[in-house]
Ligand binder design. Structure first.
Ligand SMILES: *[C@@H]1O[C@H](CO)[C@@H](O)[C@H](O)[C@H]1NC(C)=O
Ligand SMILES: *[C@@H]1O[C@H](CO)[C@@H](O)[C@H](O)[C@H]1NC(C)=O
Ligand SMILES: *[C@@H]1O[C@H](CO)[C@@H](O)[C@H](O)[C@H]1NC(C)=O
Ligand SMILES: *[C@@H]1O[C@H](CO)[C@@H](O)[C@H](O)[C@H]1NC(C)=O
Ligand SMILES: *[C@@H]1O[C@H](CO)[C@@H](O)[C@H](O)[C@H]1NC(C)=O
Length: 460
């Protein structure tokens, strides 16, 4: 999802001042109980697992083409800042209550974008309205559109043809518009609303004045229809000032964690998105850490540094600069909950592919949807032996996902390598949500580090 934000001073000030918050940005939500400790605990749900790699791929490719075209046009236009926002294809949803009385909605949990937005309906008498399809703004007593003169309005992109702000008019609302490369869009009013959230210790927090996009016009394949999997919006968890984690950061801490459970397990296990300072890590969790980096080109993203890749313990001769951010902020590797497959920059991808092909003795076959490059026929093989993949990360930690995180069942008896090459020059690699399954990930912005543990999913 491509978002065009005019290079406004306020936007940058807000990024700079995020940790010493000023009223200028005014993007911190209020809480009813300032003294309570604890963290937010949001149930993560999984819906409509993709049925074929082709489906995942078409969704991911869309997201990528959007992100990359954003990078390219930014170069030619010079001035717009582009935030790579989600196209909402992630398979993980957050259970969200918004409004007074609370209305229940499902939002895509997305570490690759900032804005929180929901589908809104302007119906006055919504009794005929199918329940649970959109947020009914008029049924909430706490819904408040943001005035266009409010500094918070500078944090979102505006429609191309919009009235200049007239601050003498009481009802000049802040209009936002997110445009997508495939001409999908969400636009509406940037607003504030009360959100009801579960916290640790079984308490409920009423979070007032959360700034969010109340989307009245939502169109295009990436944010509507089947590909959106029934979600009502997106919860951006990126680094920008409008993201959910930034807005609640001052109160709960600039830290969140999640465990994306394996969707093939039946019944699906419950997992949570935890926001804030959780219990200290136990030794049993054996958390590993790697530094988080930022890029001036894509300030929303969480970048990590890959030092080398091993397949069955053998290091591949990949030039580390392939994964690294350059001085301008190109390249690098992003960890993203809203992308399904893992995308690896060429020529590293070729080397990984060749190494897998060399080590696998199973008969080859083709991907029934011809979207993935390497598939094997495992029919009749009870426990197919698949090579072990591991990434050595900066900070001397090693990420060793189980084989089911990178070999997916493409058809009965067919397993395919769930990776795709990144062919765009200066494009970034992406560790997608499939690769993250079964690990606890902790994004700690205060300490600029990503923690991960194979033993953290049973907690809290
Ligand atoms: C606020 O939180 C504290 C600590 O959790 C609790 O003792 C207190 O009763 C709460 N106050 C209100 C008004 O909810
Ligand atoms: C809303 O519509 C229902 C029937 O459709 C009607 O009974 C009710 O009075 C209406 N309420 C308002 C506030 O108009
Ligand atoms: C703002 O609105 C007021 C009241 O409608 C009007 O008198 C004034 O001309 C407007 N200013 C601009 C710049 O449009
Ligand atoms: C809070 O937790 C309770 C019990 O687990 C659950 O029934 C409820 O739906 C949760 N509320 C929210 C806002 O997630
Ligand atoms: C896999 O191998 C079996 C024989 O072992 C064969 O019957 C089947 O057609 C093969 N499937 C594919 C998709 O190649």
């Amino acid at each position: 999802m491509v978002v065009w934000i005019p290079l406004s001073r306020v936007f940058f000030l807000c990024i700079l001042l995020l940790f010493s918050l000023t009223d200028l940005c005014n993007s911190q939500a209020d809480f009813n109980n300032k003294t309570s400790t604890g963290y937010l605990k949001l149930r993560l749900l999984h819906r409509n697992p993709f049925v074929s790699p082709a489906q995942a791929l078409s969704l991911d490719s869309h997201r990528l083409s959007v992100l990359y075209s954003a990078l390219q046009s930014r170069k030619s236009l010079k001035s717009p800042v582009v935030s790579g926002a989600s196209t909402g294809f992630g398979q993980y949803f957050v259970d969200f209550r918004i409004g007074s009385p609370p209305q229940k909605l499902l939002l895509v949990a997305d570490t690759g974008s900032d804005l929180v937005w929901v589908k809104c309906s302007a119906c006055r008498n919504c009794s005929k309205h199918a329940p649970g399809l959109a947020f009914l703004a008029r049924h909430s007593t706490t819904f408040a559109p943001i005035h266009c003169y409010d500094p918070a309005c500078q944090l979102v992109p505006h429609p191309v043809k919009h009235q200049p702000c007239n601050h003498t008019l009481l009802h000049s609302t802040c209009r936002y518009e997110y445009l997508y490369a495939d001409e999908s869009r969400t636009s509406g009013f940037f607003s504030r609303e009360t959100v009801t959230l579960n916290t640790s210790f079984g308490r409920v927090a009423r979070l007032k004045k959360l700034a969010f996009g109340c989307g009245f016009h939502i169109s295009g394949p990436s944010v509507s229809g089947a590909s959106f999997n029934g979600a009502h919006g997106v919860m951006g968890l990126g680094r920008g000032p409008t993201s959910f984690s930034s807005q609640v950061g001052k109160r709960f801490g600039y830290k969140f964690s999640y465990c994306l459970m394996d969707y093939t397990i039946s019944p699906p296990p419950t997992s949570y998105l935890l926001i804030g300072e959780t219990q200290p890590i136990t030794r049993k969790q054996m958390m590993s850490f790697t530094p988080l980096h930022t890029s001036a080109l894509s300030p929303s993203f969480y970048y990590i540094g890959i030092k080398s890749v091993f397949i069955d313990g053998v290091g591949l001769p990949i030039d580390p600069s392939i994964w690294a951010l350059d001085n301008q902020g190109n390249g690098g590797t992003v960890i993203d909950s809203g992308t399904t497959l893992t995308f690896i920059a060429e020529p590293a991808y070729r080397q990984v592919l060749t190494a897998f092909k060399k080590r696998i003795r199973l008969p080859r076959t083709t991907d029934p949807s011809s979207s993935l490059d390497f598939c094997v026929n495992v029919s009749g093989v009870a426990n197919p032996s698949l090579p072990k993949l591991s990434f050595r990360l900066e900070g001397d930690s090693v990420f060793s996902p189980p084989a089911r995180n990178y070999f997916i069942d493409a058809a009965e008896g067919v397993k395919c390598l769930a990776m795709r090459p990144v062919t765009t020059p200066s494009g970034f690699s992406i560790i997608g949500n499939l690769m993250q399954q079964g690990f606890l990930f902790e994004f700690d912005r205060e300490r600029s580090r990503l923690g991960f543990s194979r033993h953290g999913c049973a907690l809290p």
